[in-house]
Design a protein around this ligand. Structure first.
Ligand code: BG6
Length: 484
């Protein structure tokens, strides 16, 4: 293999969003209620344990709430009606790829419906046509934290094996309609959500302590099988289209050179990331899984046909989100905690953090790319990377130099990783345009190149205003890199 100096010619630069954080129109044109639609607005002062936990009691209360504005994801940034303008802004930046997700509840409002909702499909016909019209590759996440609520209340979420069939019917519907036009698919956003974002990833309500962990890992198993069956279905409609496995990559370093800390870091890497990626990419559970199940009283129901399908239909590429890194210590008491993507982490004294406490580590991205590529030898795709910040609109402008600094430091390290020999398909930043935050449902935590005039309470004109980073990213794409 020859030495690559920089980004390859066909490198896919772009940005990403998710349906449940952008579309709004939560009850229009036949869409069913989803788990995202019941996420209440919080902010960084509310502990993660409170934000994330959905018990049966809390669920009932939330379902009775009549004030829509308590649920910002129901309204998003009105992408549903403004997608043409938003996609045009992305094209203006020179995006080669646009990552978005399809809302399961628009296509199968209850998840178990006998027929697809044609109005939902008609909407995505238009979105995909618009993306392609502007010369961008659509990169579609089939399920991004928004399963239909009916699958939660009637089936208990992904711990129920029937969910595999419902998901595969949904995925097949998409492939049959778009398989020839769309080359890049992601089966599940952050498939390790079963470990970190249980309710929004799997629809499991925490009402039974005794079986909670068992249910979570059974749910993950069902998602692994669903992902393999989706790959099988996709290969029937297109030879070119690729299906990716995606994880939230939690890169961690040993807090000290103590062997106990190194072992702790290794264990965290295994259970936070590789348990999921090893299974979907290598097609079988890793050796350390059995001990984890044993020590946690987990007895998974795994059929022979599951093992066969996992082996036969592994994912084609590995996509991941990367925002931060953390450290691992055998004795956590000596370390301070800080917030992070989907989970709290220990503070690394060598790193600065975002306003939300997420530890910024560009070198960690190079480390991660090398680590993943050398482990799996399949193409990688960075599908989320960015900084959430409270942007200030002054004289009609947003000078988000901190975003430019964050992204350029990461792009520099990506280039280093390419020189290291890593095969990378593309890079979609999080996010293309300001959207509602996933973790806290705030509008104030902004990630985009395009400002959206809306506050946490849904007030504002929804006007789109390009930020300073918009012009910077446009130049990066035009130069196919930072030109360092
Ligand atoms: C990822 C999710 O975990 O992190 C996105 O896939 C999310 O949906 C992103 O928006 C950033 O998290 P947050 O909570 O800051 O929106």
């Amino acid at each position: 293999k020859k030495f690559e100096q920089t980004f390859p010619e066909n490198f896919l630069w772009g940005g990403a969003i998710a349906a449940c954080q952008s579309e709004g129109a939560f009850d229009l044109d036949g869409k069913g209620l989803t788990v995202a639609d019941i996420a209440v607005k919080h902010d960084k002062t509310v502990p993660r344990s409170v934000r994330k936990l959905i018990t049966a009691e809390r669920l009932e209360k939330v379902l009775q709430e009549t004030d829509d504005r308590k649920f910002p994801k129901r309204h998003g940034i009105d992408f549903y009606h403004r997608f043409k303008e938003d996609i045009a802004w992305c094209a203006e930046m020179g995006f080669k790829v646009f990552r978005f997700s399809i809302a399961w509840g628009r296509i199968f409002p209850n998840g178990d419906d006998a027929k697809a909702n044609m109005k939902g499909l008609a909407f995505y016909d238009q979105v995909i046509a618009e993306v392609i019209k502007h010369g961008m590759e659509p990169l579609i996440t089939i399920n991004h934290f928004d399963m239909p609520m009916n699958l939660v209340t009637q089936y208990g979420g992904w711990k129920n094996r029937q969910l595999i069939d419902f998901y595969v019917t949904y995925a097949k519907t998409l492939f049959e309609r778009y398989g020839e036009k769309v080359n890049y698919w992601i089966a599940f956003n952050e498939i390790n959500g079963a470990r970190f974002n249980v309710f929004y990833s799997t629809g499991i309500v925490k009402d039974d302590e005794a079986t909670y962990l068992q249910d979570c890992y059974q749910a993950a198993h069902h998602q692994f099988v669903a992902s393999a069956l989706a790959k099988k279905a996709l290969s029937k409609v297109s030879k070119e289209a690729m299906l990716g496995c995606m994880v939230a990559k939690f890169t961690t370093y040993p807090a000290t050179c103590k062997p106990e800390d190194a072992l702790e870091a290794q264990k965290n890497e295994q259970m936070d990331n590789y348990y999921f990626t090893d299974t979907v990419i290598r097609g079988e559970y890793p050796p350390y899984a059995a001990r984890f199940w044993h020590e946690n009283g987990i007895e998974l129901q795994i059929f022979e046909e599951d093992e066969a399908v996992l082996k036969r239909y592994p994912a084609d590429f590995l996509a991941f989100s990367y925002y931060m890194s953390s450290i691992s210590a055998a004795d956590k008491e000596n370390f301070e905690e800080t917030d992070g993507n989907l989970k709290n982490t220990l503070k690394n004294p060598h790193l600065k953090a975002s306003e939300w406490g997420w530890q910024i580590d560009p070198i960690g991205l190079r480390y991660t790319l090398n680590d993943l590529y050398n482990r799996y030898s399949i193409p990688l795709f960075i599908v989320e990377n960015g900084i959430g910040a409270e942007d200030v609109l002054e004289d009609g402008k947003i000078d988000d130099d901190y975003r430019i600094d964050y992204l350029s430091a990461h792009i520099k390290q990506i280039e280093e990783a390419i020189k290291d020999g890593v095969q990378l398909i593309g890079y979609t930043t999080w996010s293309a345009i300001d959207i509602v935050s996933s973790g806290t449902s705030e509008m104030a935590k902004r990630y985009g190149f395009i400002y959206v005039d809306q506050d946490d309470l849904g007030h504002g004109t929804l006007k789109r205003i390009p930020k300073k980073s918009f012009h910077w990213y446009k130049a990066v794409i035009a130069a196919n890199g930072l030109g360092l």
